[in-house]
Design a protein around this ligand. Structure first.
Ligand code: NOJ
Length: 707
C-alpha cells in the first residue's frame, strides 16, 4: 500500500478539524467544551421550582451556566466572562464566596400595560477571584423567575482592576436544539428597521450578516418559547447575538469606532442578560422580567409623566403632500398647526406633534444634521402663538427634535432646547436620530480627530441616557425615534415613555419594498415589543392614498388599523392619518374611545407570525378592549370572554372586517355592530386576510339591559 496518500489525507483531516475548531472562536475566547456539571456547582430554582440555573467552574476555572426546565435542558453548558484589553477575564477563577436569597414584592407602574407587577425571584450571587499574580474579582448575579433568567456581571472596586476596556464578551447561549428563530440583522444601515425573518438557527447564514439584534425569539420543537434580550442597558454597549455554531449564540457587543467594546472603571456592572422562557407564545407576551430587572423609579416627582393620544403634522410629510423644510408646502405653519389643534380639541386628543418647525430642514437634512437649531422656529411658525392657542383649547404642542444623528450639535444645544420647550408648556418631545450605519460623528478626546460611531455602541447608550435624565429635569417626556433599543429603563425613568426601534407605519408610505407585509404586526409583539412600548403610529384610514403615492399603500384592512391600538402597546398613541380622513368615519369612534393606560393585559390567542389577540382593561374604568390581528390568512378565532367581571352584562361594540373584506381587494369594508355579552360568552372573531378586529366592552346601561 502506498502510504503517502494516506498520510496526506490524515494531515488534511487534521487541518480541517483545526479550522473548524478555530472558525467560531473570537480571539481570547476558549471554545465551549460542554463539561458535565452532574449536580456540581451552585444552583437555584425558580419560585415555582420548574426552572433551574446551575453555575460552575471547569478545571481551568472558566465560568459556565446552564438552564433546565422540568429537568430538560433549555440552555446547555455555556461560557461566561470577558476578554479585557490586557488579558482575558474568563478563566483561572476560584469561587471566593456565594450567597442565595429570595425576593417577592409587588410594585405599581405609574402607567403601563398592567398596573401591578409581581417581582418574585431567587437570586444567586457568586464572587469569583482569579488565581495568580495581580488577581482580579468579578461577581456574577443570577436572578431566576418563573418566566426566565437574568444574569449580570459586576466588577467591584479592587486593587488590580481600575479603568478597563472590554474587547470581547464570552457569554454564550448554547441552545438545546435547532429552534425556529425570529430575528433582524444588526450592524446594517437601517438600525432596527427591518422585516423579521423566520429561520431555523442552523440555517442562519453567517457570511451575510454579523449578528442579530435582541429581542430575538425562538420556538423549540417541544413547545417552549424563548426570548433573549437584555435589561437595564446603562453605560455599556448593546448586546447583539452572533451565531457561532449551529445552535450557539454568543454576545457580540457593538464596538466604539476604535474597536473597544466597553470602556469602564470598577466599580461597574453589565446590563442583565435575559432569557425569557414560556410554554406558549402567549406566555412570552405577559412576562415582566425585563421591567422587574430594572431599578425602581429614580425621579422624585413623576406626576407630569402621563400617557395620552395625539395627532400630528407628520403623515403629510411622509406622503409628500407637506414638506418638513420651508416653502409653499411647509407643513409646520402657524395656521396649519392651529387647524390641527382645533381638530384635536374637538375630538379630545391631548397633543399635536409638529415636525419641521425649526431651522435646519432645508436641503439634505439627514446628511446635514449639524444645521438643526432647536430654539429657532421657521418664520411661518409662531411658536408662542401656537402654544398659547393650544393652552386655551387644552391641547399641548408636542415638540420635535430631529437631530439627523448629529449628536454633538444636539448635545451642545440641549439644556437650552429643553428649557425653551418647558417655558412654552411642552411636556412631550419626540426625538429622532436619522442616520445610516456607523455614521455618528464624535471627536476623539485623545486624538482630536473625527470618528464615527454606531447608534448602539456605548457612546450612544450614554447619549440616550443623558438626554432622558436631562429631559426629566425639565419635566419632559420622551418619544424616541431611531432609538437605542428599550431595555426597561422606563421603570427607573418614567419619562422614557415610548420609542420607535422597528419598521413602523411610515414604511407603508414610501418604502421601495412595498411596505410592511400583513404578517409584520403579527411578529412585532413577540420580538420588538418584548423590549417595551412602540410608537408604531397606527390608525391610517385612507389605506390606499393612490393620488399621493401611487406605488405604496398600507397592507392591512381598516379593522386591523383599529386593532393595532390594543395589540401594539404604547403609552402615547398617535392617530396617524390626516385629520380630513377621519371626519365622518364611524370607525374613528374606536380611536377616540381606546385608552392608553391599562390595569390588566391578557392574551387570548398567539401564534408568532400568524395571529395574536390581546384583551386589556382600561385603568380608568370598567371597560375592556380587544384587539386581534392576522397575517395574510383569514382566520376564525374563538374568544372566551372569561376576563369580564362575572355577573355583569357588557355591550360589545365590535369593529370587524366585513365578510367580503380582504386587505388586497377590499380593505375598507368594515362592519360596526353591538351585542350584549358576559363572562360566559364565547365570541367568534372573523378576521379577513390581512385583517383584524377591535372591540370595546363596556358595562351595559339599565336602558340597554331592558328587554
Ligand atoms: C424618522 C421618524 O421615524 C419619523 O417619524 C420622522 O417623521 C422622520 N424621521 C423625520 O424626523
Amino acid at each position: 500500500m502506498n502510504r503517502r496518500p494516506a498520510l496526506s489525507l490524515l494531515i488534511l483531516l487534521f487541518c480541517l478539524i483545526l479550522l473548524a475548531a478555530c472558525a467560531d472562536t473570537p480571539a481570547g475566547t476558549p471554545t465551549t467544551t460542554a463539561p458535565s456539571p452532574a449536580g456540581e456547582g451552585l444552583a437555584i430554582t425558580s419560585p415555582d421550582g420548574r426552572l433551574e440555573t446551575r453555575f460552575w467552574l471547569d478545571e481551568a476555572g472558566a465560568p459556565y451556566y446552564q438552564v433546565t426546565r422540568d429537568g430538560q435542558p433549555v440552555i446547555q453548558p455555556s461560557r461566561m466572562g470577558f476578554v479585557l484589553a490586557d488579558r482575558p477575564l474568563n478563566s483561572g477563577f476560584a469561587i471566593s464566596d456565594s450567597q442565595t436569597s429570595s425576593f417577592d414584592d409587588t410594585w405599581e407602574q405609574p402607567w403601563g400595560e398592567v398596573q401591578f407587577i409581581r417581582n418574585q425571584y431567587n437570586e444567586l450571587r457568586v464572587d469569583l477571584q482569579e488565581s495568580g499574580a495581580e488577581p482580579r474579582q468579578m461577581t456574577i448575579v443570577f436572578r431566576l423567575y418563573d418566566d426566565g433568567l437574568g444574569f449580570r456581571y459586576e466588577w467591584p472596586e479592587q486593587p488590580h482592576l481600575a479603568a478597563f476596556e472590554i474587547m470581547d464578551e464570552s457569554t454564550e447561549f448554547v441552545l438545546s436544539g435547532d429552534h425556529q428563530a425570529w430575528w433582524i440583522p444588526a450592524y446594517l444601515d437601517n438600525r432596527y428597521e427591518f422585516l423579521y425573518k423566520q429561520t431555523s438557527l442552523s440555517s442562519l447564514n453567517r457570511p451575510t450578516f454579523r449578528a442579530m439584534h435582541t429581542p430575538m425569539t425562538m420556538a423549540t420543537a417541544d413547545g417552549l418559547f424563548l426570548t433573549i434580550h437584555e435589561a437595564s442597558l446603562v453605560d455599556f454597549a448593546s448586546m447583539t447575538l452572533a451565531v457561532t455554531g449551529d445552535t450557539t449564540l454568543k454576545a457580540d457587543l457593538v464596538p466604539w469606532s476604535d474597536g473597544v467594546l466597553v470602556r469602564a472603571s470598577a466599580p461597574h456592572r453589565s446590563p442583565w442578560r435575559t432569557i425569557q422562557i414560556a410554554d406558549s407564545a402567549a406566555g412570552l407576551l405577559t412576562s415582566h422580567l425585563i421591567l422587574n430587572l430594572n431599578e425602581p423609579n429614580r425621579l422624585a416627582d413623576i406626576s407630569w409623566t402621563r400617557p395620552g393620544k395625539y395627532i400630528g403634522i407628520w403623515w403629510g410629510m411622509h406622503l409628500d403632500t407637506y414638506t418638513w423644510g420651508s416653502g409653499p408646502q411647509h407643513g409646520a405653519t402657524t395656521a396649519n398647526t392651529q387647524a390641527y389643534m382645533d381638530f384635536a380639541a374637538r375630538y379630545g386628543f391631548d397633543g399635536v406633534l409638529v415636525e419641521g418647525w425649526n431651522v435646519g430642514w432645508d436641503g439634505d437634512w439627514f446628511r446635514n444634521g449639524e444645521n438643526f437649531q432647536f430654539t429657532t422656529p421657521y418664520d411661518d411658525f409662531d411658536i408662542a402663538a401656537v402654544t398659547a392657542y393650544g393652552r386655551e383649547l387644552g391641547v399641548a404642542l408636542i415638540g420635535h427634535h430631529e437631530t439627523g444623528a448629529a449628536v454633538l450639535n444636539y448635545e451642545a444645544q440641549l439644556p437650552q432646547a429643553f428649557a425653551y420647550y418647558q417655558d412654552l408648556g411642552v411636556h412631550l418631545v419626540k426625538t429622532g436620530y436619522v442616520g445610516a450605519g456607523q455614521s455618528i460623528k464624535r471627536i476623539d478626546e485623545a486624538t482630536g480627530e473625527v470618528v464615527r460611531e454606531w447608534h448602539h455602541g456605548q457612546f450612544m447608550v450614554r447619549h440616550y441616557q443623558y438626554v432622558a435624565e436631562l429631559a426629566a429635569e425639565y419635566q419632559i417626556m420622551l418619544d424616541i425615534h431611531e432609538p437605542i433599543k428599550d431595555t426597561g429603563l422606563r421603570r427607573t425613568y418614567p419619562n422614557m415613555m415610548t420609542r420607535e426601534g422597528a419598521r413602523g407605519m411610515e414604511y407603508n408610505a414610501w418604502s421601495a419594498d412595498g411596505g410592511n407585509p400583513p404578517e409584520h404586526e403579527t411578529i412585532l409583539p413577540f420580538t420588538r415589543m418584548m423590549a417595551g412600548p412602540m410608537d408604531f403610529t397606527p390608525g391610517i384610514f385612507d389605506l390606499l392614498f393612490a393620488e399621493a403615492r401611487p406605488g405604496n399603500r398600507v397592507n392591512t384592512t381598516l379593522a386591523k388599523q383599529l386593532a393595532l391600538y390594543v395589540v401594539l402597546y404604547s403609552p402615547w398613541q398617535m392617530a396617524a392619518d390626516l385629520p380630513a380622513n377621519y371626519e365622518g368615519q364611524p370607525a374613528f369612534q374606536f380611536i377616540l374611545d381606546v385608552p392608553v393606560d391599562w390595569r390588566d393585559t391578557q392574551v387570548l390567542h398567539a401564534q408568532i407570525g400568524d395571529y395574536v389577540t390581546y384583551v386589556r382593561q382600561d385603568r380608568g374604568s370598567d371597560d375592556w378592549y380587544l384587539g386581534s390581528v392576522t397575517d395574510e390568512e383569514a382566520r376564525v378565532l374563538e374568544a372566551p370572554l372569561t376576563f369580564l367581571t362575572p355577573g355583569v352584562t357588557y355591550v360589545a361594540e365590535i369593529y370587524a372586517d366585513d365578510p367580503a373584506g380582504d386587505w388586497q381587494t377590499n380593505p375598507l369594508a368594515l362592519t360596526i355592530t353591538q351585542m350584549l355579552v358576559d363572562s360566559e360568552t364565547l365570541l367568534t372573531l372573523r378576521l379577513a386576510a390581512g385583517g383584524g378586529q377591535a372591540i370595546r366592552f363596556r358595562p351595559a346601561t339599565p336602558a340597554e339591559l331592558a328587554p
